[in-house]
Ligand binder design. Sequence first.
Ligand SMILES: [Zn+2]
Length: 280
Amino acid sequence: MLVNTLEILKDAQKDKYAVAAFNVYNLETVQAAINVAVKENKPVIIALGERYFPTVDVEGFAAMVHALAAKVPVPVALHLDHAYEKESIIRAIRCGFSSVMYDGSKFDLEENIKHTKEIVEIAHMAGVSVEAEIGSLAKGAYSDEEEGSGTLTDPQSARHFVEETGVDFLAAAIGTVHGMSQGEPKINLELLEKIQEEVAVPLVLHGGSGTPDEIISESINRGICKINVNTEVSMAAVSYLKEYFETNDIVHLSTVMSDVQETIEPVMTKFVQLFSNSKR
Ligand SMILES: [Zn+2]
């Protein structure tokens, strides 16, 4: 069933686990995420980034997710990831996204507050919850995201930001990167603890790919309720395809597409299990 994202994140916050938000792009990747959620009996967030709007028909995508979500007993939320334009957010709200992320992290704090507050007002009128970000993630290897400044989230600013904007959940920059870390990732768990002390809303970790399992568990224990996963799933599919084309002369698209789904499902399962088993 399709649910509001905030609903599942509040449950996660209460019981100290995190919900996986998988970045997806087409039928097979959505089917994989929902299949895994059903098999593991866990909620899941289907995330589509604004950066895919030029190639993915947003209304068609939303209708597809609605139809697939209606068929399953587990909670499924449809989330707009990293949106920079108000038009994209309104478009997503109109076609039934359950939540939107407004990314004003390139602005200074007050400017970010001003824009985020406006988005929160619009989204809340439609019953849609809002994620925002302060601080900014740097870009690691194999990432498909914009390069960020790598500025970590300041706990006091986070508190001020949440109070002023009325945002429903907050992405905190604590040292993870978009994509895979080059070298040992430096995740600041003490900072996360301080942010959690200042901020009551569920916290979001971007850059789930390549982050060591114990760090993921520790971050869930310190208030992370939603973890975004993109790169590791994409890498599994791409390396499968690379090997497949090297060893097979005759290829039919239908086989390749369903093989990709089969390849990414175990990768998604690993994350769903990791995020839920961290429960203390
Ligand atoms: Zn992100």
